[in-house]
Design a binder for this molecule. Structure first.
Ligand code: ARG
Length: 436
């Protein structure tokens, strides 16, 4: 295939160099955005009198046909094409003739690729946002259903104070709400149009960048043309936001794995979201949660790769930047898959309320409330803390829980103890008391 840039050079490159240089294997996924962008470009060129209206119509018709044919599978990507932009333009020119050669007036692949990527990621942000919303709904449902289900709350993975399983679910809901907010914020900065920046310095044609940006649903136009073609901060920002989502999901993964182990037994995952072992018949592994935990490393890797690719690049476009796409695409794909898996896994899990309740009964998670009881009777907190600690030590030695001690025993530690201590340390009361 002849090279688009044949002219200055013979256009003949080494086969290996050709395939090394080519990005169509991964940027073909932006074909819809590329064609939509080209349609708007043709319309803008006609509006500004740079091409004839009839020529624009021909371009638009041809582009729409390519879109239909790619959608239906009638037209296949040519792996020999350098990238999706070259491919579409070549097919167009082959199909409609010389008019096709006018499409690239007043633009360059540098602003075109920045445009396509922004449009592609804009669509993906909306998809991820909807998936986060679905997961938030699952958390919300669990938060309500298990509002009174007592479980031990942990710090340092040691039983600390009584909480409800609903509260734990609510914590993840809050995290994901902030994640969704962050994506919206990223979207605001991402949704600015680079098209018309051309190669780097803008164009000498009297174009209408605002018109083209509006046709494509952008909120603004990137005015500095060097900036428009050379920055990928929107990828870095999105990758950072995606990494934070994965960090949250990895904590949830870890808890899911722990909770579904025999040692905890707080939840039972549905068989549909677990796997067996090829050798140990008894195994039911939480592979999905483990994979999400593992993919967190992968998304962080994508983010770090993007930062490293962009570091120290001189303005404006450099071919290094072609490496941005596989990273950000991988991060987007991974996050989408992980969100979907969690929606399925959490909405089908069984919550073993009795086991949680039993775990809450051990570990003296009402010891803080015991100290608070004494504070309410007039003892300074530090002294109350010390007395309660002595009582816990006594319980450990005599293998009893705080609830099992008689009032006589309590009175040996402080004369201020009375019958109402049992209400004070009742786990459910401990939970309710903290509800604001
Ligand atoms: N395939 C290229 C990329 O992904 C498109 C831009 C190429 N521009 C250039 N002047 N080589 O970045």
């Amino acid at each position: 295939m002849a090279k688009m840039w044949e002219g200055r050079s013979s256009g003949e490159t080494n086969k290996m160099a050709d395939s090394f240089n080519s990005s169509i294997s991964f940027d073909s996924r932006m074909y819809k955005q590329d064609i939509t962008g080209s349609i708007a470009h043709a319309k803008m060129l006609a509006k500004c009198g740079i091409i004839e209206d009839a020529e624009a119509d021909k371009l638009v018709l041809g582009l729409n046909e390519i879109l239909d044919d790619l959608n239906s599978g009638k037209l296949l990507f040519d792996e020999k094409a350098e990238d999706i932009h070259m491919f579409v333009e070549e097919v167009l020119t082959n199909r409609i003739g010389d008019t096709g050669k006018k499409l690239h007036t007043a633009r360059s692949r540098n602003d075109q690729v920045a445009l396509d990527l922004r449009m592609y990621l804009r669509d993906e942000i909306a998809v991820i946002g909807a998936k986060i919303e679905s997961l938030i709904e699952v958390f919300e449902e669990k938060e309500k259903a298990y509002a009174d289900t007592i479980m031990p709350g942990y710090t340092h993975l040691q039983r600390a104070q009584p909480i409800s399983f609903g509260m734990q679910m609510g914590a993840y809901k809050s995290m994901l709400k902030r994640d969704a907010d962050r994506l919206l914020d990223c979207y605001k900065r991402l949704n600015s149009s680079p098209i018309g920046c051309c190669a780097l310095a803008g164009t000498s044609y009297q174009t209408d960048r605002a018109f083209e940006a509006e046709l494509l649903g952008f909120d603004s136009v990137i005015m500095n043309t060097l900036d428009g073609v050379s920055d990928r901060d929107f990828c870095l920002e999105l990758a950072s936001d995606l990494s934070i989502i994965m960090m949250h999901l990895s904590r949830l993964s870890e808890e899911t794995i722990l909770w579904s182990s025999a040692e905890f037994g707080f939840i039972t995952l549905d068989d549909a979201f677990t796997t067996g072992s090829s050798i140990m018949p008894q195994k039911k592994n939480s592979d999905m949660a483990e994979l999400v935990r593992g993919k967190t490393g992968r998304v962080y890797g994508d983010m770090i790769a993007l930062f490293t690719i962009m570091k120290s690049l001189p303005l404006a476009y450099n071919k290094d930047m072609q490496e941005d796409k596989e990273q950000i695409f991988d991060a987007v794909d991974s996050v989408k898959a992980c969100l979907d898996i969690f929606v399925g896994m959490l909405s089908t899990m069984t919550v073993n309320e009795d086991v949680m309740r039993m775990a809450a009964a051990k570990g003296f998670i009402n010891a803080t409330d015991l100290a608070d009881y004494l504070v309410n009777k007039g003892i300074p907190f530090r002294d109350a803390y010390k007395i309660s600690g002595q009582i816990v030590a006594y319980c450990i030695a005599s293998q009893k829980t705080l609830e099992e001690l008689s009032l006589d025993v309590y009175k040996q530690f402080s004369p201020l103890f009375d019958q109402d201590v049992y209400d004070a340390i009742d786990l459910f009361n401990c939970l309710i008391r903290r509800r604001k």
